[in-house]
Design a protein around this ligand. Structure first.
Ligand code: GAP
Length: 459
């Protein structure tokens, strides 16, 4: 089994990630987060929120609606430009992304070629000159490449004649732009400041598999950082946020820097709204791929929303006695991809022992409590009372099944950093053993000190 297969299997078996709608044969490119997955996911989002919203004085949180007026997506350019280029095989009728076909074709020859953002005409030319075969039927019989919009359409209203078409948000950033004036009016912040949110985005995408790397709906966290381009150089802002993103990835999430790299976008692949974009890529088992993005969106969005809505989205700088549209830097963090990167990064094997070396801050359970023997009522009672106490402050697990070795095995596999065992000595001197997941060493700790021990590991 390769690493990806091991991770997908563990994720399903141990309740991290399940295939979506599985009992009905599944719905491609959708996944459900299970009882342990939802804990890991929420821990990532909370840590992100704490880092970029709570710890800063210049950031305002937001939770905007997923459904927005379709005018938002016209003004933002998404209805016109948020597209993938697709081709159909005339022989077997499969529809797939032209850029993926071309990139895979070159990869199979040991070459790297990035063609994301190429025009349909350019992609059609390459498909034809390279005589790229259909991965499904093997024929070379493609339609010309055409653009397809990624926005999911849905309808608002229950009376068919009065229904209006809306979109599920393709990015969460537009929530920040359409609420820019609201935040200005409520808080009168001074530039530079940011508006941040974390939530789901939806894209009607074709994927290459790779588990939760690319899905139809996914978790995203991002902020728009507004500044005055006359006072702050955008290059300095860009560099500042590049450093902050790197620090989050390598220090807060503890992802090894050797598995990460920055990659600037080419002119062809850069989004319609951006003057400069760089991605942080992570070395997934299927290659270096985008984890996060950083874009200089200029005043593109606020300017377009001002023009299209007729509402003034300028900022008044009292010192300079000047009114202008702020520019914006946008750091964006794929949370679902962070989840996958953390599983890849933390998956460890030591002989037969498999463990997830997750940072305690992110681990679903902070500790598991065991009575040494399940058939000794005194041990079980004491273990339950310690468990009940810890539950008030931490997400902890209780396990009295099987033998202690099996329980360690089971907790290691889900990344629980500490296993607390209540044994006969506990009944005499009120101490427990605490076993460390990473080095399997045990130490004796007073029951009254367990809480502080766990708090320290989380700080
Ligand atoms: N507001 C900017 C924006 O949405 P993006 O590069 O299109 O930028 C942001 O997406 C992040 O979302 C990416 O860096 C990536 O981590 C993640 N992402 C994009 N499409 C995804 C998908 N289909 N499934 C999972 N994550 C995705």
């Amino acid at each position: 089994m390769d690493l990806m297969e091991k991770i997908v299997s563990l994720a399903k078996r141990r309740g991290f990630v399940y295939p979506g709608s599985e009992i009905y044969g599944g719905l491609a490119n959708t996944f459900d987060y299970g009882p342990l997955g939802v804990e890991l996911l929420r821990n990532i989002i909370s840590l992100w929120w704490k880092t970029f919203v709570h710890k800063r004085d210049d950031m305002f949180g937001l939770d905007s609606a997923i459904l927005m007026s379709p005018k938002v997506w016209e003004a933002s350019g998404h209805t016109a430009s948020f597209t993938d280029v697709m081709v159909d095989c005339k022989s077997c009728k499969i529809r797939t992304r032209a850029d993926h076909l071309i990139e895979d074709h070159f990869e199979s020859q040991g070459k790297e070629k990035k063609v994301e953002g190429f025009t349909p005409e350019e992609l059609t030319k390459i498909m034809s000159s390279e005589k790229i075969k259909c991965p499904s039927c093997g024929k070379v019989d493609w339609t010309a490449a055409r653009r397809f919009n990624l926005l999911f359409e849905t309808k608002v209203g229950i009376v068919p004649e009065n229904q209006s078409q809306v979109y599920l948000r393709g990015e969460i950033a537009q929530g920040m732009f359409v609420n820019f004036k609201n935040v200005l009016d409520s808080f009168s912040p001074k530039l530079p400041f940011g508006i941040a949110q974390a939530g789901k985005a939806f894209r009607n995408e074709i994927t290459k598999g790779n588990f939760i790397f690319r899905t139809l709906e996914f978790n995203l966290a991002e902020f728009e950082y507004f500044f005055n381009p006359k006072k702050e150089k955008w290059e300095d802002q860009f560099k500042y946020w590049q450093d902050q993103m790197w620090e989050w990835t390598t220090k807060t999430l503890n992802i090894n820097a050797k598995n990460l790299r920055w990659r600037p976008h080419t002119d062809e692949e850069r989004s319609h709204y951006s003057k400069r974009t760089e991605d942080i890529e992570y070395k997934f088992p299927f290659g270096f791929k985008e984890l996060y993005g950083l874009a200089y969106r200029t005043d593109f969005d606020l300017k377009n929303h001002t023009e299209k809505s007729g509402v003034d989205l300028t900022y008044f700088d009292q010192e300079a006695n000047e009114r202008f549209i702020p520019h914006v830097i946008e750091p964006t963090f794929g949370i679902s991809r962070t989840f996958l990167a953390l599983l890849v990064e933390s998956y460890s094997q030591d002989g037969d022992r498999k463990y997830l070396k997750l940072d305690p801050k992110l681990a679903p359970y902070k500790a598991a409590v065991f009575p040494l023997l399940a058939n000794k009522p005194d041990l079980v009672k004491k273990a339950k009372s310690i468990y009940d106490d810890l539950k008030k402050d931490f997400n902890v697990d209780f396990d009295d099944r099987g033998n202690i070795g099996k329980r360690y095995f089971s907790q290691d596999e889900i990344g629980t950093p500490y296993c607390i065992t209540i044994d006969f000595q506990t009944l005499e001197d009120d101490t427990v053993t605490i076993r460390d997941r990473d080095n399997t060493r045990q130490e004796r700790v007073k029951v009254t000190e367990i809480n502080a021990f766990l708090q320290k590991s989380l700080s």
